[in-house]
Design a protein around this ligand. Structure first.
Ligand code: ATR
Length: 325
């Protein structure tokens, strides 16, 4: 597995990570626990060490699942979790207060069964809380040895700068894929300027870029894609027509569309964390790290999917409310 350095002089980690959210929530019925644990173990055996979770995924279920998977192999994991999306058995709210940073970190350490978290992200920012206060509290967690590195998720460039001035950030996690390229305007250049690694979530656009979704694929209420504008009727058909172009090129190159989409993100200097609950998908995704693309190929792939041809917003209205803060 290819390795990369996070941030300016941060840790060396695998170039591709594993997103674990779907093992607990938001992508339909929860898979068998044994299947999820097999997937995590296969990732580690393939030298994928970036294991990504959040306190919010399944309200702690995801962290407990990961604890079971890694208890006897903690030293092989670069463990990433997040705080700030809070439910407490009620409606979701965003809490980026210093007090919740401290409390949520302790709860995550307990659920994960570890003595430190390798990368601790603020999952979403509440604009009522000054960025400096949140990051100062997160920096105290570093000083206390509970957390090794800090990151933010889905914030704007100004917040990124303010935060980085308080404590160096290793990573910004945000959505980035061939179908979601708005970060290229301001966020990615700011990350490059400040030496903050962009960790790309939904790098295969919630499976749209795999070629396995069709106009007939049905999503239940427990699947976030049922309410995502990119997947609704006419939008989905238009977006799948773009994916067909990627599929054709992948066929010519003897690779899968997912591999091409991930290889493209690797060439952009980002760390994609495709989410999967299945060993065979994990293996498909991991193989992207063996591909190298020429600059002509990188441009050609981007040209297959012009940003103005993508139909529908990347997030539902409810989810979009808390990004770019
Ligand atoms: P997210 O970051 O939100 O997890 P993503 O990584 O872009 O989004 O896509 C995740 C989705 O793609 C999941 O539905 C996952 O389903 P499985 O759990 O069944 O794998 C699917 N997926 C991931 N890798 C895939 C692959 N190589 N081929 C087909 N589907 C894949």
């Amino acid at each position: 597995m290819r390795k990369v350095t996070l941030g300016e002089s941060g840790p060396t980690v695998s170039a591709i990570g594993l997103g674990c959210m779907g093992m607990s929530a938001l992508y339909g019925p929860r898979p068998e626990e044994a299947q999820s644990i097999r997937t995590i173990h296969r990732a580690l055996d393939l030298d994928i060490d970036v294991i990504d979770t959040s306190a919010s995924y399944g309200d702690g279920h995801n962290e407990q699942l990961i604890a079971k998977a890694i208890h006897d192999r903690r030293d092989r994991v670069f463990l990433c979790t997040k705080f700030g999306i809070r439910r407490d058995n009620g409606p979701m709210r965003i809490d980026s207060s210093p007090d919740w940073a401290r409390k949520s970190c302790d709860k995550s350490l307990q659920r994960l069964g570890v003595d430190h978290i390798d990368l601790f992200y603020l999952h979403r920012r509440n604009p009522d809380v000054p960025t400096e206060d949140t990051i100062a509290a997160m920096a105290e967690l570093v000083a206390a040895g509970k957390v090794r590195h800090l990151g933010l998720s889905e914030v704007n460039a100004q917040t990124l700068r303010q935060a980085h001035a308080v404590h160096p950030l290793a990573a910004l996690q945000t959505e980035y894929s061939l179908l979601s390229r708005d970060v290229e305007d301001e966020i990615l250049p700011t990350c490059r300027e400040l030496d903050i690694t962009l960790v790309a979530y939904s790098p295969i656009s919630r499976a749209l870029l795999t070629g396995e979704i069709t106009t007939d694929t049905a999503f239940g209420d427990d699947d976030l894609r049922s309410g995502n504008p990119r997947f609704s009727g006419g939008n989905r058909a238009a977006n799948l027509a773009l994916v067909d172009r990627l599929r054709a090129l992948a066929g010519e190159m003897g690779v899968t569309p997912a591999q091409l989409a991930l290889a493209w993100l690797l060439e952009r200097g980002t760390v994609p964390i495709p989410g999967t609950t299945k060993v065979r998908h994990l293996e498909d995704n991991a193989a992207a790290a063996t591909l190298t693309l020429t600059s002509e190929q990188i441009q050609h792939i981007a040209d297959l999917m012009p940003t103005n041809a993508v139909r529908g917003e990347r997030l539902s209205d409810a989810a979009a409310r808390w990004v770019g803060k």
